[in-house]
Design a protein around this ligand. Structure first.
Ligand code: ARG
Ligand code: ZN
Ligand code: CA
Length: 352
């Protein structure tokens, strides 16, 4: 009987597109039956090799997306893995607030985005170029900035315009320094091919990425501030890479010397897309409470900066503005990040 009902529920999905109240009477063992609309999902983004940097020197491309495109091409299974992560994320979010949500709390068998405190132990892997020293003060200040930003303690938060004040998130994610690994290196441009993540290539091997966030600090070169790997990728390369001058409070980094590159890249590591969806107005970041836009913003934009007929949330960590001009995540972004820590989530091992 149950089987037939589920079959009918599944069948009815074929006729009702884009709806989220698929099955009012689901219970825990029906978790896998909750269907979500995946029709707008994409992983490949714009071909960065064809992008030319504009005269505006602030213009930048995010190497996290370029690296993602390359990895998708090199690894045929990755697209499916990322599809599954996305599907799980959407299912978890669609369970939120459902009356039959079993338990209601975080962790355990709750399929909704994890609601408890998340603590992320961080291993900082430094490929030390003597010309770009990374001091303990840089490290400590970077951990502080991550904790400020992921707990809505950014000192610039008063700059959030009234229009967005209602969606500002306290992600309640705590970062702790679990270890520092240093290795001398005179390499001045590691690039974005992950060599810094392998001792066999002169880098430093990751420390168990299922329970640690690995941050590699090195001279990336090419004016690149940092790049990240999205959830679902190869374990050995899981983590983020930050250019030495842009790590922590760092005078060498100038307008990018206040630790927000790590905040942005860790956002990718926690499955956040760029706020403009890396495409046109209709291309989304898969977050409902961030406004649509068709471009990145640079420098320190004034409010309102309007694209796609609405004000851009330029002060979001997932835009491209100067460090001091980004100071918020949204509740929708927080749900996406926290879905990773729910039962079956890609980063569940950090909380269980
Ligand atoms: N991956 C981006 C880049 O290299 C990072 C942008 C971070 N933005 C910032 N204000 N720190 O351009
Ligand atoms: Zn980015
Ligand atoms: Ca959005």
């Amino acid at each position: 009987m149950k089987k037939i009902m589920l079959g009918l529920a599944a069948l009815s999905l074929l006729f009702v597109a884009c709806q989220d109240e698929v099955n009012d009477s689901f219970n825990e063992d029906q978790t896998s039956q909750i269907e979500v609309d995946m029709s707008d999902f994409y992983v490949f983004t714009d071909d960065f090799t064809s992008l030319t940097k504009a005269a505006n020197s602030d213009e930048r491309v995010c190497y996290s997306m370029k690296v993602l495109n390359e990895k998708l091409l090199a690894n045929p299974g990755l697209e499916k893995k990322m599809y599954d992560v996305e599907k799980h994320t959407r299912q978890a979010i669609s369970f939120k607030g459902k009356p039959t949500n079993p338990g209601g709390g975080g962790g355990g068998t709750d399929p909704t985005p994890y609601t408890g405190t998340v603590t992320i132990p961080v291993i900082v892997n430094i490929l030390e170029d003597p010309a770009h020293p990374v001091t303990q003060a840089h490290i400590d200040s970077q951990i502080d900035v991550l904790n400020d930003d992921y707990n809505n303690n950014n000192s610039h938060t008063s700059g959030v315009p009234a229009e967005f004040a209602g969606v500002v998130a306290d992600a309640n994610i705590t970062f702790t320094l679990a270890g520092v690994v240093r290795k001398a290196s005179t390499k001045t441009s590691w690039g974005t091919n992950d060599a810094m993540k392998y001792s066999s290539q002169g880098g430093i091997d990751a420390t168990d990425p299922t329970t640690y966030l690995n941050i590699w600090v090195c001279e990336i070169g090419g004016g690149i501030l940092g790049y990240a790997q999205f959830p679902g990728g190869t374990l050995a390369t899981d983590g983020v890479v930050i250019g030495s001058d842009y790590f922590g409070e760092n005078v060498a980094g100038g307008v990018y010397g206040h630790g927000r590159t790590a905040t942005h890249e860790v956002g990718h590591w926690l499955n956040l897309r760029h706020i403009w969806g890396d495409g046109r107005c209709k291309q989304d970041d898969f977050v409902a409470d961030t406004p649509s836009s068709d471009r990145a913003n640079y420098g320190c934009p004034t409010y309102p900066t309007v694209h796609c007929q609405s004000a851009d949330m330029t002060m979001n960590y997932m835009d491209y503005v100067y460090d001091d001009c980004m100071y918020m995540f949204t509740n929708g972004q927080n749900d996406r990040m926290r879905a990773l820590f729910a039962t079956g989530g890609a980063r569940e091992s950090f909380v269980n």
